[in-house]
Design a protein around this ligand. Sequence first.
Ligand SMILES: C[S@@+](CC[C@H](N)C(=O)[O-])C[C@H]1O[C@@H](n2cnc3c(N)ncnc32)[C@H](O)[C@@H]1O
Length: 226
Amino acid sequence: MSSQMTAQVNSSRAVKVNLGCGPSGIDGWINYDWGILPLLSKLPVLQKVVFGAKLIPSFYFLKWPKLRLVNIKHKLPLKDNSVDYIYFSHVLEHFEPWEALSVLKECKRVMKRGGVLRIVTPDIRKMVNIYLNSGGNTRAAKILCNMWWGFDKDKQPANFLGKISRSFTREHLWNYDEEEMEALIRSAGFEHLTWVSIGTGEVPDIDKLDSLSMENTSLYVEVKKI
Ligand SMILES: C[S@@+](CC[C@H](N)C(=O)[O-])C[C@H]1O[C@@H](n2cnc3c(N)ncnc32)[C@H](O)[C@@H]1O
């Protein structure tokens, strides 16, 4: 049996947690998310009323996975040394650096020895390279700024609905390159990390979890608790 097949067999029994899963969480994982949209996903009648009355713009009407409402900035509701895999994609940049550090320390607490944490965030170096290689006439600064803050920050809300929509938008509070990410990971007490790329690594299901649309601007790292 190949090592990939062995990993797949074992992964069906493994405890796998997706932190800030968003609508892209999948079955077989313990999915945590927090906010008005994941809350509404659990209250279909209220969800229908809210979206029917256009209190929230329709593009926020997303199909959410089965999830638990957990604010991951607080202590995770998981026992020490109990988790095999954590998937943590495009969430850390929405936290202040000290909040990011506290979440990673929590990850270390709940992970088993040999457990793997996969982190995906925007990559400063990739974003700046896109800017530098833009050829000068493509509104490169606008593109960079919108990648930096994580949404079309230059668009003035057109109306009341747009203002509501803006208030739901969680912008990026910090960004990382490999050096900053490594410093954060080591500050949280991890000693072993591997730089990986989209779709590669030890964490199961990454072919379903990693988003292709983010590849050109993201960094990918897997952290092992030894
Ligand atoms: C940019 S989305 C990323 C979603 C998904 N992980 C992905 O890679 O497609 C960020 C997600 O983090 C969630 N999130 C933000 N702050 C959170 C918190 N304090 N606790 C739990 N989830 C949070 C948001 O609700 C949102 O679903």
